[in-house]
Design a protein around this ligand. Structure first.
Ligand code: SF4
Length: 278
């Protein structure tokens, strides 16, 4: 099973292995899935802390669009309302041979490292329409503007500043997630992606790939409800496994267990998968 997506640093040597038999218990099946994916794809490792608010805003901007569009909108916002320089260099974004931002290797958490953030107090003072205009390149500007302003106003109320890390210190991770997910446009996936990428939180965000594959494998049974997948998965996950599982399921969903035509005959999990095609 080739690891076609190589944007992430991965630990451990690749040792191709396949499931040998079915496993009745969903938790034990999950443990086997985690081990087989890490054996075949390596273990993705977190690349260290970034500012959580910056990652959150980049993640909101990336909803329903490409990462390069989200980056363009973020850079325009930051250039329009600049904060004092912090030494971040856009040259540090992954580049292709021609020197352009590498669209394949780009991860939005890289952008939080390399791109100067806007002045959040100035962003928070904008009218929704004015912010929407500045982030138009990311699409859905009105709804994304409302989500970003909602997050900034919530943070100011909780902490008196615009630091998501301070909110977690003040009220804890669970209450921070609960508070932010009350804001329209910030779902469990958005906040959990933010927290794993920025802070290395031990959470497994559930996107379309994670949801589809875990249901096919019978680890969860949640119909079309991704938030239920997140809730059912959480107690089954061994500590420290969530980051690698999330990223390996993304790779696996893009290359093998695709939505329309899963390649079951080439799948290393097929012997333990109740949904395998013959
Ligand atoms: S056997 Fe098929 S449906 Fe099951 S995990 Fe593998 S590719 Fe997906």
């Amino acid at each position: 099973m080739p690891a076609r997506l190589t944007k992430l640093q991965r630990a451990g040597k690749i040792k191709p292995r396949a499931a040998k038999s079915a496993i009745a218990d969903p938790r034990k099946r999950l443990l086997r899935v985690i081990a087989l994916l890490e054996s075949n794809l390596g273990k993705p490792v977190w690349d260290g802390p970034k500012d959580a608010l910056e990652v959150l805003v980049l993640t909101i901007l990336s909803q329903n669009t490409t990462d390069p569009n989200a980056l363009r909108a973020y850079q325009h916002l930051a250039a329009s309302l600049p904060a004092p320089p912090t030494g971040k260099k856009p040259q540090d974004l992954p580049r292709d041979a021609a020197g352009n931002v590498d669209k394949v290797k780009l991860r939005l958490s890289d952008a939080a490292r390399a791109v100067q953030a806007p002045d959040w107090a100035k962003v928070a003072a904008l009218a929704p329409k004015a912010l929407a205009e500045l982030i138009r390149a990311a699409g859905l500007p009105q709804s994304k503007s409302a989500s970003i302003l909602g997050a900034l106003h919530w943070l100011r109320e909780i902490t008196g500043n615009y630091r998501l890390e301070d909110a977690i210190d003040a009220i804890g991770l669970a209450a921070t997630m609960e508070g932010l997910t009350q804001i329209k446009g910030i779902g469990l996936k958005t906040i959990s992606v933010t927290l794993i990428e920025a802070l290395g939180a031990d959470l497994c965000p559930v996107d379309t790939h994670v949801h589809r594959i875990l249901n096919r494998l019978g680890v969860v049974d949640t119909g079309a409800n991704r938030d239920r997948t997140y809730q059912q998965l959480k107690p089954l996950l061994p500590a420290g496994s969530a980051f690698a599982l999330h990223h390996n399921l993304l790779t696996f969903g893009r290359t093998i267990c695709q939505a329309k035509a899963p390649q079951c005959s080439a799948c290393v999990l097929r012997k333990l998968c109740p949904s395998r095609l013959a």
